[in-house]
Design a binder for this molecule. Structure first.
Ligand code: ZN
Ligand code: ZN
Length: 571
């Protein structure tokens, strides 16, 4: 992996955390945190820093880590520290209220090195006797430990994605695996899936089976044979994975069958039955008992007189009556812009120019640079002065670069008291203004709606980003009245975002459907904090398909002229 600034910052922070867990001298720990902070605050990307080691706040120890990262792509020190920290300690960080310092104390004074020993100590009342803990904390920890380590029924798409990539890398290294595809609800871009299903074309299932079992971090095997391998793979959370071995001829029917959904398959089987045919996992059985196979999923559908139905809309079966709408369904190739991204000016990893060049590479015609505003201190949000400096830089980059238009914007915080972080005068100097909530999620809905109304009714605000603040499988966000927000968007002519970050996918599907009904334009944005995250667009577009969004209502499919005239501004 190419080392960027974010990776260096993360490594320094992780070293600090591991040192803290090991009870290291606080000054040493502090030095690593400070170095991370210095890099976070520096407005330059890694490529623009020729003096990284001489920066104030980077010392000998932290400098050595940075050199290590730049030369080898990884930190030897972090590797050593990881070895020293007991395996059971890191998961304890997931317990709310337990940070590195507190866990170090539990380890130092009570010898705690796992959830089990922590539970025992709490039950014996030992934890509450430590200074800084108390009876209430002890009870809270015990309550958290109740559900600790339990396997969730379903895992979010974002959590499965790295597991899918890992498996794909293994499959790519097995020559006998000629072709493969991940199917199931994951392929349909469902928010959550209970397992992963891979279909693999091979003439030597035994060899592929053995190679997979040997290369994957398997912690349990359910079935293992010529047709199928079912294992549990060790990742952040354990993941159940089924591998099915098929022949080249069976592949198209198999990926269709195992992609589902169940209701989609039921509907397809009805259609087949009406024609005297029978769909199985591996082909379409004819009345005479022979089995038809297909060289592609497209041809499988064509056999039934249907166009290709994207996996994302294979849902309750009604999609088979909506094939006309497929002609204008949003597709990845329709996207020509990304309207929400961060740079080193706030908490992004790359410079304005680097983000712009990467987007040009993706074939976009225009983008908007939208760094955080001053309220978001943790993200090094921009003061009005810094935003004006940034506007100058963005204009300069735009003038220098051919082939892409770079617009000035902001992701402005909507403050807890329902005011906006920048005044109207400053906002009027920008091409595109995003407003969003990053704080005080627990306010009553009424107050949250007051904040959202203040933003959406402001004539300078063009879009509300990640409108609910949810993180899939982690937190619900600030629970606004989304139906009301959609009404307001229609009334004030504002854009709502589908944030394509796989953690967010916010707005959710049901709300996208309602927004479409009300004619509210949607922007699918990556909210990228690095060049690599620009690829979130693909997940975002696939998720938008689930809501049957028409490409014409997606702002990022519009030409620059249409976009600007919609905003009512001239450059
Ligand atoms: Zn945001
Ligand atoms: Zn953002």
């Amino acid at each position: 992996m190419a080392v960027n600034k974010k990776i260096i910052i993360k490594t320094l922070e992780e070293i600090a955390l591991h040192m803290e867990l090991l009870g290291e001298n606080p000054f040493k720990v502090g030095a690593f945190r400070k170095a991370a902070g210095v890099l976070e605050q520096d407005p330059r990307s890694l490529a623009e820093m020729d003096d990284i080691l001489s920066l104030k706040g980077i010392g000998k120890g932290t400098g050595a880590v940075i050199t290590d990262l730049l030369e080898k792509g990884e930190s030897e020190l972090l590797g050593e520290l990881r070895e020293q920290v007991p395996d059971g300690l890191i998961p304890l960080l997931k317990i709310p209220g337990l940070g590195g310092k507190k866990i170090a104390k539990l380890r130092g004074e009570l010898g705690i090195d796992s959830a089990e020993s922590l539970r025992a100590a709490c039950e014996a009342g030992e934890v509450s006797k430590l200074s800084g803990f108390g009876k209430k904390t002890e009870e809270k920890i015990l309550a958290e430990l109740e559900t600790f380590g339990q396997r969730p029924d379903k895992l979010p798409h974002w959590q499965l994605e790295p597991v899918v990539r890992m498996i794909e890398t293994v499959l790519d290294s097995i020559p006998e695996a000629e072709r493969y595809m991940v199917t199931g609800s994951y392929r349909r871009t469902a928010e959550m899936s209970s397992d992963l299903d891979f279909i693999i074309v091979t003439k030597k299932p035994d060899q592929v089976n053995a190679a997979l079992a040997g290369a994957l971090p398997v912690i349990g095997t359910d079935a293992s044979g010529e047709a199928k391998l079912s294992v549990t793979v060790n990742a952040d959370e354990p993941v159940d994975v089924d591998f099915r071995f098929v022949s080249e001829e069976q592949f198209a029917s198999a990926i269709h069958h195992f992609t589902g959904s169940k209701d989609h398959n039921v509907r397809m089987r009805q259609i087949a039955k009406e024609r005297g045919e029978k769909i199985s996992e591996y082909g379409v059985e004819q009345e005479d008992g022979s089995v038809l196979t297909f060289d592609s999923e497209e041809n499988f559908f064509a056999h039934f007189g249907l166009p290709f139905i994207p996996p994302t809309v294979r849902k309750d079966g009604t999609e088979l009556e909506r094939t006309d709408e497929l002609k204008t369904l949003i597709r990845p190739e329709d996207i020509r812009s990304d309207l929400h991204m961060h740079t080193v000016w706030s908490d992004g990893a790359e410079s304005v120019r680097e983000m712009a060049e990467a987007c040009r590479e993706l074939g976009y015609s225009h983008i908007v640079i939208t760094d955080h505003s001053r309220y978001l201190r943790v993200a090094n949000g921009l003061t009005p002065e810094r935003l004006r400096d940034q506007i100058r830089e963005v204009r300069a980059v735009d003038a220098e670069l051919d082939g892409i238009t770079v617009l000035c914007g902001t992701e402005m915080d909507i403050l807890p008291d329902a005011t906006l972080d920048f005044d109207d005068e400053l906002l009027s100097e920008l091409d595109f203004v995003i407003a969003s909530i990053h704080s005080n999620f627990s306010q009553p809905q009424e107050k949250i709606m007051e904040r959202l109304h203040a933003a959406i009714s402001n004539p300078h605000v063009d879009m509300i980003a990640h409108p609910t603040g949810r993180i899939i499988g982690r937190r619900d966000g600030y629970s606004p009245d989304v139906a009301q927000l959609i009404e307001w968007a229609a009334e004030y002519g504002k854009i709502l975002e589908l944030n394509a970050n796989p953690y967010r996918l916010d707005l959710a599907e049901e709300w996208l459907v309602l927004a479409a009904e009300k004619g509210v334009p949607i922007a699918v944005n990556t909210d990228a904090h690095s060049v690599g995250q620009l690829s979130y667009m693909d997940t975002g577009v696939r998720y938008a398909q689930r809501a049957w969004l028409d490409r014409d209502m997606i702002v990022n499919t519009w030409t620059l002229d249409r976009f600007l005239s919609h905003l009512g501004r001239k450059q």
